[in-house]
Design a protein around this ligand. Structure first.
Ligand code: PXG
Ligand code: PLP
Length: 440
């Protein structure tokens, strides 16, 4: 290994079993198209598109060129009371493919920042309209909204919360999650069972008075928790209840936006319009960190009062609207449109679903879920060793099959490139099957 032991030991890795990793570091030094390159010269097929980020493939020539050009032209510009040309251009491009009525967008640097930004906008919106008593935020069990305090609090993945327990936000409740092995195991796409779980919101509205609830935040399809598509009619029902009580509905589309489920935004795919849409990842194809929060016009308008010289939203990041990130975003959006990426993604769905569900009946597999180009295979946990089988599958895929498969504990997650060929998907699952047949 050319990277020194001290270098490996110096880095505290995110969401990683550091001690296990450092025994056999999996280090990536390059990428091109659908492959990573390792320092020992292997090409690893990436079955996770980065980390749900890179649907167009790695090092897309047009994005590389745009970034190289921009960094030499304008490396940074402050974004407060001034801004680079690129960020305005990107704002126009994203809102142009958004659902009707979303013509305002605020930039962040990640999905986590988008989550906290969206919650603050929701609270500020109600306050601006004289409803400052609406302070309660509703998330969902198994939800993932990043790792900052707001997102962690409304999020519902136990391991991400429990070590930090006492410091979570107050005034937060959670809907139940919709995964149920007894009723919807091995569903293809949206399960038919579980629509009634949206009525949890009705119960929370009865408990707290719906007039005190500011917002509900959900992922249209839960990603990190292992791909949990919404039951048929579930999102529609949430929308109805939100409308009834004047609650804002936030869709966290950090994964589902930009073609991952076959449309620019998941809201369009499901035909359910939220009030706020969060995004990140695919916004720049993962090339430069960037996130965003897009709002319905009336939300923006509610902030636009008071003296003209007054700042309307006391919120923003040093790197909000970073010109190099914005240039990457513009190039990514152009590529999505020019290459027909969203349509390509949609056309691959059936093949992906069929290949994924072919694992039904495998002795190590307890459930399979999919929507769009998002897929999860649950492995049965080894008794007393939760996550060990998933991690072993990930490592075996990497070392023996030259394949990058992400495991979230014992769940194998798949996020193929939006421009995959059907045979890439077939090849991926052949390799996964080989590995699953070999591990105990
Ligand atoms: N919201 C959603 C819905 C996400 O999927 C975030 C917020 C946070 O984004 P940042 O950019 O702050 O990481 C995410 C991120 C996985 C996995 O294995 C998914 C994410 C992060 C880490 C792991 O599925 N999604
Ligand atoms: N901490 C300190 C001391 C700062 O000065 C700033 C920004 O100026 C921040 C945190 C926030 O950093 P960012 O804007 O990159 O989120």
């Amino acid at each position: 290994m050319s990277i020194s032991r001290t270098a490996v030991d110096s880095y505290w890795m995110p969401f990683t079993s550091n001690r296990d990793f450092k025994e056999s570091p999996r280090i990536i030094v390059g990428a091109e198209g659908h492959h990573y390159k390792t320092e020992d010269g292997r090409r690893i097929y990436d079955a996770f598109s980065g980390l749900w980020t890179s649907g167009l493939g790695h090092c897309h020539p047009k994005i590389v060129e745009a970034v190289q050009h921009q960094v030499a032209m304008l490396d940074y510009s402050l974004g407060f009371q001034a801004g680079s040309d690129k960020v305005f251009e990107l704002a126009e491009k994203v809102t142009a493919i958004a659902p009707e009525g979303f013509s305002k967008i605020f930039f962040t640097n990640s999905g986590s920042e988008s989550a906290d930004t969206s919650l603050k906008i929701a609270l500020g919106y109600h306050r601006a309209r004289g409803e400052g008593h609406r302070t309660r935020l509703i998330g969902r069990e198994k939800g993932y909204h990043g790792v900052n305090f707001g997102g962690m609090s409304v999020g519902g993945m136990t391991p991400n919360r429990k070590a930090f327990g006492a410091s979570l936000l107050p005034c937060v409740d959670h809907l139940r999650h919709t995964w149920d092995l007894e009723h919807n195991a091995f569903s293809r796409g949206q399960p038919k069972w579980g629509t009634h779980l949206a009525d949890d919101l009705e119960r929370l509205a009865a408990l707290h008075d719906g007039g005190n609830i500011a917002a509900v935040i959900v992922e249209p399809v839960s990603g990190s928790a292992g791909i949990i598509p919404p039951p048929v009619g579930y999102l529609e029902r949430l929308r109805e209840i939100c409308d009834h009580y004047g609650i804002l509905l936030i869709f966290d589309e950090v994964i589902t936006a930009f073609g991952r489920i076959g449309e620019p935004f998941g809201a369009q795919r499901f035909g359910v319009m939220p009030d706020i849409i969060n995004m990140a990842k695919g916004l720049t194809n993962g090339v430069i960190p960037m996130g965003a929060v897009m709002v319905r016009d009336e939300i923006y308008d509610a902030f636009m009062h008071g003296p003209k010289q007054a700042i309307e939203l006391f919120h923003g990041y040093t790197y909000s609207g970073h010109p190099v990130a914005a240039a990457a975003g513009i190039a990514a959006l152009d590529a999505y449109v020019e290459e027909g990426t969203f349509e390509q993604s949609r056309a691959l769905e059936q093949h992906f679903e069929d290949e994924l569900h072919a694992f039904k009946g495998h002795p190590l597999v307890s459930d399979i879920r999919n929507f769009g180009l998002m897929g999860g295979i649950d492995l049965v946990a080894r008794p007393g060793e939760i996550g060990a089988r998933g991690l072993e599958a990930h490592k075996k895929c990497f070392w023996e099959e030259d394949l990058m498969v992400r495991n979230g504990g014992d769940i194998l997650q798949f996020s193929p490139f939006l421009n995959s060929r059907p045979e890439d998907i077939t090849m991926t699952f052949e390799k996964v099957r080989k590995v699953l047949d070999q591990i105990d």
